[in-house]
Design a protein around this ligand. Sequence first.
Ligand code: CTP
Length: 418
Amino acid sequence: MFVVVGVTGGIAAYKTVQLVRLLVKAGHEVHVVPTDDALRFVGLPTWEAISRHPVTTSVHDDVARVRHVSLGQSADLVIVAPATANTLAKMTAGIAEDLLGTTLLATTAPVVVAPAMHTEMWRHPATVHNMAVLRERGVIVVGPEDGELTGGDSGPGRMSEPEVVLAAALAAVGASAPGDLAGLRVVVSAGGTREPIDPVRFIGNRSSGRQGIAVALAAADRGADVVLVAAHVEEGVLAEASVRPSVRIVSAGTAEELGTVMAAEAASADVVVMAAAVADYRVAEVSPLKRSKDAAPEGGITLDLVENPDILAGLVRGRRGGQTIVGFAAETPGEGETLLDRGRRKAARKGTDLLAVNEVGWARGFESPDNAVTVIDAAGEVVAARRGSKRDVAEALWDAVLAVRPDQQLTQSRANPK
Ligand code: CTP
């Protein structure tokens, strides 16, 4: 996007340096147009260095390219930050005595202003009138915030923080900040499967679904298109995900259903994360009627269980080129073997690109908002370790996914580990 950032003469110009930095970092072409007064606060070399384009305040420079109108004509978005009372008054009146003034008159792009001034100036009837006129014309006004001002006084007048101005500006053009997972299609399973015994009973597990849902939401917030395959999750845990436009939720009850859904969704995914706790066994013969003690032998019953297919290993075998596959391994410490050793064996057995290993006990890992995981790659190397909220763990996992993806080459041996 071609973005013009107008800077006017206020101390808050230092915040606009960060705004320009954020825009450039997000890949936009940014042209800074300061007023002469603005350069008393932040100098021209700073704006040129940070925007990576020549900067001038005057309509008499670069005349051959008709710069006084070309910037405005080319702009997809114009941001004025900070916008002083003086500049807002000039905008209202259509005064074009410098490059920012002509640019603002020549543009048809959305204009976002971030006012910054003392409270008295903001509340003056002239400014109140000007803001009403500008708003009426469709100018988007961000802030000012209420807080401490330069003279030590406080009240409305502080320029909004650069991140806030950026978000409002991008929203004005219908864009949002592109995350580092933008363009990736991601499938995440969460929760625990339930294997029916009869119409009212099942074999389940203690997974709440929180970790998997944190993984899905973190991916969505970083720009990915997400399919969340939800096995049984605790009440309320799914609510946040269900209102996200970039998260599609598919539910699956049993391991068999989960396997079918995962295979279908993984066929078009770039990254697959199996965070669901899958029952290793299902009841051989599910009773169509509620089992009754009347029909059961004295002293107890025996249920025949058959093994469920390993969904994760199946996904690895059938993976598409360039796909990254991530598993979770909830482990209890065993005799003579560290958690990590167990994780390494599991990663090798399943053929995952990454395996997030965590220690579980009756009071650890499940149902709680926190978690601690160690992430190992296909070679068994530790690539990340994070203790914190399930969201923190999710962020660390996505960092690890990004770290392994650029070099990822699909080889026959990794595609077919067995
Ligand atoms: N998993 C799976 N299908 C199964 C069992 C597990 O896809 N039938 C996945 C889980 O979603 C998880 C990973 O495999 O990502 C490890 O699950 P875990 O229960 O720790 O491993 P198991 O293969 O069941 O091994 P074990 O129970 O013997 O430790």
